[in-house]
Design a protein. Sequence first.
Length: 354
Amino acid sequence: MVIPAHPLALTAERALDERRQVALTRYYVDAGAGGIAVGVHTTQFAIRQHGLLRPVLELARDAARAWQGSGSSTALIAGVVGGQRQALEEAALAHTLGYDAALLSLASLTDADDAALVRHCRRVAEVLPVFGFYLQPAVGGRALGYRFWREFAEIPGVVAIKIAPFNRYRTIDVVRAVVASGRDNIALYTGNDDAIVQDLITPCRVPEIRSPRSVVPGKGSASTVDTEAPAGPRFMSGGLLGQWAVWTRRAVELLDEVKRARDDATIPTHLLAQGAALTDANGAIFDAAHDFAGCIPGIHEVLRRQGLLAGTWCLDPDERLSEGQARELDRVTRAYPFLNDDAFVAENLARWLG
């Protein structure tokens, strides 16, 4: 499914703009997103220091439940950060509020080794199902090797992994590790905003020798598998992306087209071309030219131009569009009009803000 990383709507005084925060959630539901991720990097981690974590999680939950159609259900993913005490408290809060899974960031555990990281993840997974998170180092993540992901995949409470190192080698490390674990019930989600279509359309055939000590879910802890895993190709199930916080209607249509192409075992060349266009557009939105310094304001600016946000304000006054970023946004908007959903937003904006 499409899972946008939910931004934070603020007033010019940098207070929570509840009306526009709710409008954003309504937009994602109507655009066809299968879930929303709240309290994550795009929501701004600083909401915790401003006492906004609970209010923002509650607003998204209430707005999604009230707006979605009969019989539909928007998956609610809560960002969880910090050391063990903080992470457990945040996971417990999300569980209490009815969230489905925790997108678990390990960025603050800079000195922990693999064994300590796995123990940390296991504890959180006892409170709420865990959505693993490989965050790129450029925005605060840390390198996580094959060994870590192999052990991480053994945690029963792990349900998915967002793969977002912005690095092909590290992306394949995660896929290899999950395949080697024998777990076919861990969903792989791209978080590589610079390679969205490439990730979604690529069948990963990476047979692995499973460790003799591997635990095979459903067969007991003593089960062993010592043969090569000849499973069929693994695909990314979808994306949990900051890029999909904008132009979300188009993102849903893109994923639907990718699924059809995968079913037909043919990849149209126009999908590859669209992937290149999307990467170029993302470079402007995420401010790749300045090492992603303006990535959150870039998302805000697209939403501001559509009328969903009133401004690009962030909790940190120094977090703003980089020099030349607005011109780059002008360029990609003119170059790739097929990527935006401006008409869809214009048609529904008054209703979402009502």
